[in-house]
Design a protein around this ligand. Structure first.
Ligand code: ARG
Length: 560
């Protein structure tokens, strides 16, 4: 608004069009808020820029938005009306509250597919990345006005299931099933993989199980259904814990048959061909290798099913775009898939959003190599740690309250530590770092929020939105106001680049600035007029922190 006003004034005084005007930010706060370099006018006005700046300065009169205009060499510096500026920012946030930063509702409808774990395998910390990224993007899209369908696609068929069930039947049929059944299956899978590696003769047995499963062998199907539920109930509990609600859960098993018939159609159309009994699409002329869509033993592949899934999504939900949040190690796979779909005449908008993996200090998580970071184990270790710390800070709280707080802090710390890293970068996960109240963490931001809540509580009275906003002139106040003003643009940026990490960074900056402010300046001990203006400023910070955290899937806490 102020920038536009400055441009308007210059346009009028210099006879330019507003779009021709590029403003700069002066190097120091005391040099004004916007600078107009007069060089661009030298040619038309046939004068040197210093003289032009001088001439324009005399021409331009201050108004409700602009307090002062000063020429400085070839620059014309504008000082905006602080009172009007401060007031416009703070009042907007205070009146919009939870809607602050929200975009206008549009007709656009997007499906975001994320999480997609495989049943019969362990759920580890790495799986959280697609979960958090997908959920945060869904929230950012929705907040921006887009209708979002949250989809999941569970890997409930395939070789890994055959390995797990084979291992169970061959070596563990008489086991007493432990309480955590999902975890038990994960262990069986890892053991099965090892066994087959050590004795390749077992491969045939696994393949038989796989074929039987695909041919609807009654007994095996019953076992598959039962065990699949074990994994599913574990996944659903995790989603509940993180407040993630899918609109649609697809299963690989439900698109298997359709996928196989698509493979046959591609063969008939000459898009695919048979090679040593298997069906594949040769994509070498696109530099994309070959894409296997049916195995020689007649069983399906990962790709077979994706061929069917893609169009189902559009048919069932009339979406405009389909986004897949999937590990970057599948980049080539998705290029191949999208190419084959295009060759089939599929013209809808598809996007693979790749993210890098999560590693531990010991190396990338790999159940095969025994570098494990089971979600549940990591979570419990973190809860234990934050429980101890909460207890230290709040000797007066009861057990239940301490535990609840510790749990909330753990979940937000986990979420933030994963979301704050750009999705193109590998994460090296570290429990202590994630929980550090002084570090770049979720708890750090939550703590800033809780601190503001406590200031407002100590003030005790209700604050109306009236204050003399010209009293906010400390440099830290100006910096806070500038950050607050940026919030809606940050939402738009995060959406455009698919990067919740930008929002995470912004919230860290805002919290840091608030903390600096808080340590340097009094709020409650000031005289009433200053106190009021400052209280309204920090109230606005509180709203923006809470809105931003919610976009990451994190609840702002009132006390910690
Ligand atoms: N379940 C798969 C995996 O663990 C990811 C599925 C991604 N989505 C898809 N449509 N292919 O690798």
């Amino acid at each position: 608004m102020f920038e536009q006003e400055v441009k308007k004034i210059i346009a009028k005084a210099a006879g330019l069009k507003e779009i021709e005007i590029a403003l700069e930010t002066p190097p120091h706060l005391d040099m004004g808020d916007y600078a107009f370099p007069c060089f661009v006018l030298a040619k038309t006005m046939k004068k040197n820029p210093v003289a032009i700046a001088e001439e324009l300065q005399k021409k331009i009169k201050p108004d409700a938005y602009i307090e002062k205009v000063k020429n400085n060499g070839p620059y014309l510096n504008f000082f905006i009306n602080k009172k009007a500026f401060n007031e416009s920012i703070i009042k907007k946030i205070l009146s919009e509250k939870e809607n602050c930063g929200k975009g206008k509702a549009s007709k656009e409808k997007v499906m975001i597919e994320y999480s997609q774990p495989n049943t019969h395998k362990e759920f580890h910390v790495g799986h959280l990345r697609t979960l958090f990224l997908g959920e945060s993007l869904s929230r950012i899209y929705e907040f921006s006005g887009v209708k979002v369908i949250r989809a999941n696609y569970i890997g409930d068929v395939g070789t890994h299931i055959a390995i797990c069930l084979w291992c169970y039947l061959k070596f563990h049929a008489k086991d007493k099933i432990p309480e955590n059944k999902g975890k038990y299956l994960g262990k069986l899978y890892v053991e099965g993989v090892k066994k087959v590696e050590d004795n390749p003769a077992y491969k045939k047995e696994v393949s038989e199980i796989h074929q039987k499963l695909e041919n609807d062998d009654k007994q095996l199907i019953a076992l598959w259904k039962k065990t699949k539920e074990w994994s599913m109930s574990e996944f659903l509990a995790i989603y509940k814990e993180f407040d993630v609600h899918f609109d649609k859960i697809y299963f690989e098993s439900e698109v298997e048959k359709e996928g196989k018939s698509i493979a046959e159609i591609l063969l008939k159309k000459g898009i695919a061909k048979i090679d040593q009994g298997a069906i594949l699409v040769d994509l070498q002329k696109y530099d994309l290798g070959v894409f296997l869509i049916k195995k020689s033993d007649g069983t399906s592949l990962y790709a077979t099913k994706d061929l069917a899934l893609a169009s189902r999504k559009f048919k069932e939900f009339a979406i405009d775009e389909s986004i897949y949040v999937v590990d970057s190690r599948q980049k080539m796979y998705f290029q191949q898939l999208f190419k084959v779909l295009a060759l089939m005449g599929f013209t809808k908008k598809l996007l693979h959003l790749p993210y890098e993996f999560v590693a531990l200090k010991e190396g990338p998580i790999s159940s095969r190599k025994g570098i494990m970071a089971l979600y549940e184990e990591v979570r419990d270790a973190m809860i234990k740690k934050s429980y101890e710390e909460t207890k230290k800070r709040h000797a007066d709280w009861n057990e239940k309250k301490i535990m609840q707080n510790a749990k909330q802090i753990t979940l937000s710390a986990l979420r933030f530590s994963i979301l704050k890293i750009d999705h193109n970068k590998v994460i090296t996960f570290d429990i202590d770092e994630a929980l550090d109240f002084e570090g770049e963490t979720g708890p750090y931001i939550q703590y800033a929020h809780a601190r503001i809540c406590s200031i407002l509580k100590n003030y005790g009275k209700k604050t109306d939105a009236k204050a003399d906003f010209s009293l906010l002139h400390e440099p830290e106040e100006k910096e806070l106001l500038l950050l607050l003003q940026q919030f809606p643009f940050m939402v738009a940026d995060a959406k455009e680049h698919y990067k919740p990490a930008l929002m995470a960074r912004y919230l860290l900056d805002l919290s840091q600035k608030f903390n600096e402010y808080y340590h340097k300046h009094q709020i409650l001990k000031e005289k009433e007029s200053v106190k009021k203006a400052r209280l309204l400023l920090v109230s606005a910070v509180k709203i923006v922190l809470a809105n931003g955290l919610l976009l990451l899937g994190i609840d702002a806490l009132d006390e910690m």
